[in-house]
Design a protein around this ligand. Structure first.
Ligand code: NAD
Length: 277
């Protein structure tokens, strides 16, 4: 397929590469010129003008809302628009009302998931567009499901980020506790990873957290944005998520302490500070 790809950052770049590897013709655009193995476009308009599929992988609502008018003004009628960014369900619904073939398709799996093409993708939109997008999801992901109509993918992504943020907060507390008690935290985390407390985060991140290596990955700034989406979604759905609210405050603290551009595992720095470790 001919694909116009906007947003070639930490996630977008490896995703675009996999689409090329799968045989698609990708023309890409980003504010910063980056090599991704496909054709470089000088503008959003140029990237989408002949596209059968338009993809965005942008930081947040303002960026998606900023490029969308240029997409809708220049993409061929009938093009399928897939937004992989994590944004509010309300914005996804607004876009779907303006462009008939729109899928919200936020992803989970982090940079490694994008590089290895094993992302989990939660999709909102019509069944027909979901079926048309299968080859794209196949090229960048491993698990993908249509979870409902427009915006549904973003609600599931909010639930995902709630669990991820809370898990980091608890692993950080486990590390601070074990280190303060003078036990072997590395071996301790190995045991945790093999038992009921085990998780993908513990599996992938325990070594870098213990080494205080917080190179992103997924930036605190982005998770802060996601916590806003989560709290807003909970408010809209009229449910209470007290642990989510607490996690949001810890992430806000990480940001206020100047760690916004570090990986979200840097939540450990907040937990340490709470106990003067
Ligand atoms: P990123 O900041 O690395 O990449 C975003 C890219 O968009 C940047 O290269 C930026 O230059 C570009 N951009 C911004 N405004 C633009 C515009 N107007 N026109 C063209 N390009 C523009 O962010 P990322 O980590 O790749 O995340 C992208 C999205 O994926 C976010 O919504 C994030 O929440 C979500 N996400 C990220 C991860 C992760 O681990 N990084 C995991 C899952 C989901």
């Amino acid at each position: 397929m001919r694909i116009g790809f906007i947003g070639l950052g930490i996630m977008g770049r490896p995703m675009a590469r996999h689409l090329i590897k799968a045989g698609h013709d990708v023309i890409g655009y980003d504010l910063k010129e980056v090599g991704f193995g496909g054709t470089w476009a000088g503008s959003v308009a140029e990237a989408v003008k002949d596209a059968e599929v338009v993809i965005t992988m942008l930081p947040a609502d303002p960026q998606v809302e900023a490029v969308f008018p240029e997409i809708s003004a220049n993409a061929p009628e009938g093009a399928l628009y897939i937004d992989f960014s994590t944004i509010t369900p309300q914005t996804s619904q607004k876009l779907a009302a303006k462009w008939p073939r729109t899928l919200d398709a936020p992803v989970s799996g982090g940079e490694k998931g994008a590089v290895d093409a094993v992302l989990s993708i939660m999709v909102g939109g019509s069944q027909e567009d979901f079926e048309a997008a299968r080859p794209i999801f196949e090229a960048v992901g491993r698990t993908y499901e249509r979870v409902g109509g427009p915006g549904a993918g973003q609600y599931v992504k909010a639930a995902n980020q709630l669990v991820v943020g809370g898990t980091y907060a608890l692993i950080a507390e486990a590390i601070v506790l074990m280190e303060a008690a003078g036990v072997d935290a590395a071996k301790g985390l190995d045991v945790l990873a093999g038992g009921l407390a085990g998780s993908r985060i513990l599996e992938l991140k325990r070594e870098s957290m213990l080494a205080r290596n917080f190179q992103p990955g997924f930036r605190i700034d982005l998770h802060h944005k996601d916590m806003g989406i989560i709290l807003d979604a909970a408010r809209g759905a009229e449910v209470a998520i007290p642990l989510g609210a607490l996690t949001a405050q810890l992430i806000a603290s990480a940001r206020a302490l100047g760690h916004g551009s570090l990986d979200h595992s840097a939540l450990l720095l907040v937990t340490e500070r709470l106990s003067k470790q």
